[in-house]
Structure formats: structure tokens, C-alpha cells
Write a protein that binds this ligand. Structure first.
Ligand code: HEM
Length: 88
């Protein structure tokens, strides 16, 4: 996916709960490398982020049907790029 386009999707749809890669509802479940490795179902990879964003999990809403597959792919690329590079 397109990391730059994903950043826009993130700002509009994710930052309310995940500003700066944090998590205002479940503070330990950040979007940083260590947390994604430990908690994200399927491990720290784009496909795992796509699955969670599409389907939601617990208090996180599902975005399937609200965001296009392209937007979800792009935001997953952005999240993994940020985590992999320790950018948040
Ligand atoms: C967890 C991404 C929107 C609430 C996560 C995780 C990812 C993620 C990758 C796994 C983090 C981990 O396990 O350490 C995104 C993206 C979003 C988005 C890309 C936008 C498309 C939101 C919104 C909310 C939210 C708007 C709040 C209303 C949560 C919660 C968890 C979580 C509560 C923990 C779920 C659990 O394991 O019980 N998010 N998120 N997310 N997110 Fe989001």
C-alpha cells in the first residue's frame, strides 16, 4: 500500500484512539513494534493489520464497509512502516 495515502487515512479514522501510535482505550496495546509483536493477532505484518481494521476487535470498531480495501491496505502499510522504523 501507499504509506503517504495511509497517513491521511490514519489521521481521519484512527488518530482519535491512536494518536502518536498510542491507544487511549487499552494503553498497553499501542501501535509500536513491541506491542504489535506481542498482541496483534497474526504478528506484526500488514496482513494482520488489514484483518484487525476490517473486522475490528473488542472495543475497536470494524472498518470493513466504511473504508475501501485500498484505504485499509494503505493505512496498514503506514502503521507497519511507523512501527518497523520506530517512528512512534
Ligand atoms: C488495537 C489499528 C482505529 C481502538 C489496534 C491495533 C492496531 C490498530 C494495529 C493492534 C494494537 C496492539 O494489539 O498492540 C487501528 C487503525 C485504525 C484504528 C489502523 C483506523 C483505521 C481505532 C479506533 C479506536 C480503536 C477509532 C477507538 C474507537 C482500539 C482498541 C484496540 C486497538 C481498543 C485494542 C483491541 C484489543 O486487543 O482488545 N488498533 N485502529 N482503534 N484499537 Fe485500533
Amino acid at each position: 500500500g501507499d504509506v503517504g495515502a495511509g497517513e491521511q487515512v490514519f489521521s481521519a479514522n484512527c488518530a482519535a484512539c491512536h494518536a502518536g501510535g498510542q491507544n487511549v482505550i487499552m494503553p498497553e496495546k499501542t501501535l509500536q513494534k513491541d506491542a504489535l509483536t506481542q498482541y496483534l493477532s497474526g504478528g506484526m505484518k500488514e496482513a494482520s493489520v488489514v484483518t484487525q481494521v476490517t473486522n475490528g476487535k473488542n472495543a475497536m470498531p470494524a472498518f470493513g464497509g466504511r473504508l475501501s480495501d485500498e484505504d485499509i491496505s494503505n493505512v496498514a502499510s503506514y502503521v507497519i512502516d511507523q512501527a518497523q522504523g520506530d517512528k512512534w
